[in-house]
Write a protein that binds this ligand. Structure first.
Ligand code: ADP
Ligand code: MG
Length: 456
């Protein structure tokens, strides 16, 4: 065993004492210390979600236990296992799921262009336009026509699986082919950007990294929401942004929410984003969903009965990635059993799939999620003790009951063993108010909500 492994093993055994068993197994067990140099410990976690979770929740604890052993360490940085690559343009490695933080593999990433980091699969031709995305589509078209001068930055936001990555990559591909080698295009996820910055700091190569990013004509940053709260990265991005912007270089950004709703985003970055063009992608209507399904079938060169297409379009309304998923399932069935699909078989497959993905959150799950997040027992969480470490989590439970489940105040109060419903009103108002000022709290609640979506 080398020094790093040994150090990390003893850190883990200390963490194990402070963290509940399930949390330890879920979040920490599969971590690894990559480096510990120049006062920075670099820790790898298996996926983006674990990374964010550990960063928010355990950073203090981890830093503390490393410092018990090694006083030199001043800071801990976290990265996703396998995502750390030497950020030279020659070496754009095939990324695995870096744009799919929810753990789903978006698709098999193929033949990523090492110069641009773009996937040639994403083209405008295969992008179906409907009223839900036509604003975003026309803004992208304008950007392609007049790179850097029209809408800059262009900020595209919308929910998961609605085509943000497809659209911004298609723009990159179009610009790249249309303007040949004269225009340097670079696509990164905000996570890759962060990793590059961390790598550069670690290796004292920040100048080099600056050059890579500042020498592009079109910088496309996907899922910018993950940059929020990462100070060094935000700082570097801010300067890169300014340099590019001042030189009329095009910046295209995507996010799952508008700038003002990214709680931990620095104010100056927020106002930069708001200084450009902001467009959203909504949910596709029924006719557009039909068109999308038919386009996908055509691309695959397969036939499907209209009633089955209609079934899919009715059942999958909010996520085009899910539409692709169910199509693949149905077609898989067809090839495996070598017989054409009938409606009732399709209905069964669809209903299996939707039941799996239906997220049904109830009060029980909320209590469990908060209890696990704060590591207080359910008994303490719903009990009467006024200890500081129970009070806030308890108020958060009440807040989430109201916020997610829209429960009535008397209902909420009785669920947490209170006779008086004004306690519930007070808790809700307090958390709601603090959320607006307290970044930490905001982040905690975001993580708990995200955890809820994953665990059920
Ligand atoms: P997001 O980045 O918003 O999560 P993606 O761009 O990854 O979503 O899209 C999810 C999947 O749906 C991709 O495979 C993409 O090709 C497909 N898709 C999204 N929007 C469209 C569209 N308008 N037309 C055709 N396919 C689409
Ligand atoms: Mg995406």
């Amino acid at each position: 065993m080398n020094d790093k492994e040994e150090l990390w093993l003893s850190v883990l055994s200390e963490l194990e004492l402070h963290v509940s068993k399930p949390n330890f197994l879920t979040w920490l067990k599969n971590s690894r210390l990559i480096e510990n140099q120049d006062g920075v410990a670099l820790v790898a976690l298996p996926n983006n979600f674990a990374k964010e979770w550990v960063e928010v929740k355990y950073n203090k604890l981890i830093l503390g236990s490393i410092r018990n052993i090694n006083r030199e360490t001043k800071r801990v940085e976290y990265v996703v296992e396998g995502s750390l690559s030497k950020p030279s343009t020659q070496q754009a490695r095939t990324r695995v799921a870096t744009d799919a933080p929810s753990g789903q593999l978006a698709f098999q990433e193929m033949r990523v262009n090492p110069k641009t980091n773009l996937n040639p699969r994403y083209i405008l031709n295969s992008f179906v336009v409907g009223s839900f995305n036509e604003l975003a589509h026309s803004a992208i078209s304008a950007v392609i026509e007049s790179v850097g001068t029209r809408y800059n930055p262009l900020f595209v936001y919308g929910g998961v699986g609605l085509g943000k990555t497809h659209l911004i990559q298609a723009a990159g591909n179009e610009i790249y082919t249309r303007y040949g080698g004269n225009v340097q295009v670079k696509y990164v996820t905000s996570e890759k950007f962060t990793n590059d910055i961390v790598w550069a700091i670690r290796n004292k190569r920040t100048e080099e990294i600056k050059q890579v990013y500042r020498n592009t004509d079109v910088l496309i940053v996907d899922d910018i929401q993950f940059i929020g709260g990462k100070e060094r990265t935000e700082e570097e991005f801010f300067h890169t942004f300014n340099t590019l912007h001042e030189n009329n270089k095009q910046i295209i950004i995507s996010s799952d929410r508008p700038p003002r709703a990214i709680p931990t985003l620095e104010e100056r970055l927020r106002s930069r984003f708001e200084g450009g063009m902001i467009v959203d992608i909504n949910f596709p209507d029924y006719e557009t969903r039909l068109a999308i399904i038919k386009t996908k079938l055509q691309e695959k060169g397969v036939f499907m009965e209209d009633d089955i297409i209609d079934l899919i379009a009715r059942k999958f309304q909010k996520n085009i990635r899910e539409i692709e998923g169910i199509l693949n399932k149905l077609l898989f069935y067809q090839t495996t059993y070598k017989k054409p699909l009938d409606l009732s078989t399709s209905e069964r497959i669809v209903s299996d799939a939707t039941q799996q993905s239906a997220v049904r959150v109830g009060p029980g799950q909320i209590v469990k999620a908060v209890s696990s997040f704060f590591e207080v027992s359910i008994g303490d969480l719903l009990g009467r003790a006024r200890n500081k470490e129970f009070v806030e989590p308890r108020q958060i439970v009440m807040f989430l009951f109201r916020d997610i489940l829209k429960m009535s105040y008397p209902d909420i109060a009785s669920r947490v063993g209170k006779r008086d419903h004004t306690t519930a009103i007070y808790a809700y108002k307090k958390i709601d108010k603090n959320l607006k000022e307290d970044r930490d709290l905001n982040q905690k609640i975001l993580m708990i909500k995200e955890g809820l979506n994953k665990s059920v």
